[in-house]
Design a protein around this ligand. Structure first.
Ligand code: AOS
Ligand code: ZN
Ligand code: ZN
Ligand code: ZN
Length: 431
């Protein structure tokens, strides 16, 4: 695997942190062994974790008010890939990349795939985009895409999704994620049922174009850009559509796409129970689709989501798999730093969930010992597994302290020189 940051620099940086890491790791090993938990098993578990990076997250995001670009932002998909390679090199937790078309369109998918493979990366689900009009496009999506009244507009949106599958195929992807902004801003703007009928009709054509070993993920979102009614607003609609479409259709849960205080872990449990949990867009939120860094607002919720995934994995064994991706907008931080720390936060929840004593939990549930059941989860959540995560990274060739190593390498400063700023450098401010 070719690396972008000098591995000797990473090794030197690790060298300075080594003694403290070993002391912390040994101390934690002692704590865990008193609970009957083997730290080495958990470290191997942590090394197996992977979350895919959103190519659009490599550029600075923005809001509908403003975007404040950072230095050295990637100007095309090849440069985004370089940034993703740096994130994976230092965290060893992000080997997948989720592309967004047409933002990441390339005439040379072969070159892109080769570049990815040279860095040990692969392409996870590809995302279509019918929530914006693209230059030169014949029909506008102002009044909808897959649900538009106009058959020609729907056909154009369907064709774009089929093109995404084709491009994704050339890149080695195995799934298409469909998020649409379609909906209504006013009661009466459209027929609520008619809109969903047209959606299903369009999705059937997309579904028919899926290769045998592909899946399509339906991403629901409560509101925005439609502010009265969104066609695919909730997991119930998403689930019903996935059922109608067939076994290759599954639901994707973006953590920010629910009303405040929604019990997202329960949605996860339901979708897993009925075999329709396709994957995630991880991020955090306080008010809406805020796209804040994973674990920055509500790490307990993230842990509870992973607790459900661990439960499902225990019930269903190796056949249980979800596509895990980050979907964040970095407005005030260096996107590389945010993506590295977010990947680590998601990995932290994954390891904490593995710490839950499931036999004890079941016992407390059966005995109606509510307090102890809750404490069983809390004990796992309260455990600081940072030394496990750091050790896993180091053993896999990454950095004990990814952000520290990244800053020491001066990658952003070099990128600022190599990638001079130009207007509208990032793919989008919309996430
Ligand atoms: C939009 O809110 C969704 O989260 C989608 O996943 C979208 O495609 C992505 O955020 C990029 O804009
Ligand atoms: Zn999303
Ligand atoms: Zn979001
Ligand atoms: Zn979103």
């Amino acid at each position: 695997m070719s690396t972008i940051i000098d591995q000797n620099l990473v090794a030197r940086h690790n060298g300075q942190l080594q003694a403290n890491l070993h002391a912390d790791y040994d101390a934690l090993a002692g704590v865990l062994s008193r609970r009957g938990v083997d730290i080495e098993t958990l470290t191997v578990h942590a090394q197996q974790f992977a979350v895919a990076l959103p190519s659009w997250g490599a550029g600075t995001g923005g809001t509908r008010f403003a975007r404040f670009p950072g230095k050295g932002e990637p100007r095309n998909v090849f440069e985004k890939l370089d940034d993703c390679a740096v994130i994976h090199q230092l965290t060893r937790a992000t080997p997948g990349i989720s592309l967004h078309f047409p933002w990441d369109r390339t005439d040379d998918p072969k070159a892109l795939r080769e570049q990815a493979e040279s860095h040990g990366l692969y392409f996870d689900a590809v995302n279509s985009n019918t929530f914006q009009d693209q230059q030169g496009q014949e029909h506008s999506y102002k009044y909808g895409s897959l649900t538009a009244q106009s058959a020609a507009t729907r056909a154009q949106a369907v064709q774009h999704n089929i093109d995404c599958i084709e491009l994704g195929r050339a890149l080695g992807s195995k799934a298409l994620t469909v998020w649409i902004g379609d909906g209504a801003n006013f009661p009466g703007q459209h027929n609520l049922r008619g809109s969903l009928e047209r959606y299903l009709d369009s999705m059937r054509s997309i579904y028919a174009a899926l290769p045998d070993d592909w899946q399509v993920f339906i991403e629901h979102k409560l509101f925005e850009p439609a502010f009265y009614a969104t066609t695919i607003a909730d997991w119930g609609t998403s689930f019903a559509c996935a059922q109608q479409l067939g076994p290759k259709a599954k639901c994707l849960v973006d953590l920010g796409h629910h009303a405040p205080n929604t019990n997202i872990e329960m949605i996860v449990a339901r979708l897993a129970q009925f075999g329709k949990l396709g994957g995630f867009h991880f991020n955090d939120s306080k008010y809406g689709d805020d796209d804040l860094d994973s674990g920055s607002i509500n790490p307990f919720q993230l842990f509870l989501v992973f607790n459900e995934l661990a439960d499902a994995a225990q019930r269903e064994g190796a056949s249980f798999k979800t596509a895990n991706m980050l979907d964040q907008s970095h407005n005030v931080t260096d996107p590389i730093e945010s993506l590295m720390s977010s990947a680590v936060e998601v990995q932290r929840a994954y390891v904490q969930a593995a710490l839950v004593d499931r036999a004890a939990l079941r016992g407390h549930q059966e005995a109606n010992d509510v307090l102890q059941a809750a404490q069983t989860l809390k004990q796992a959540f309260r455990t600081d597994v940072s030394p496990i995560l750091a050790m896993a990274r180091q053993r896999s060739g990454g950095a004990i302290d990814p952000v520290g190593a990244y800053r020491a390498a001066g990658y952003r400063e070099q990128a600022a020189v190599a990638r001079p700023a130009r207007a509208g450098a990032s793919s989008s401010g919309i996430v």
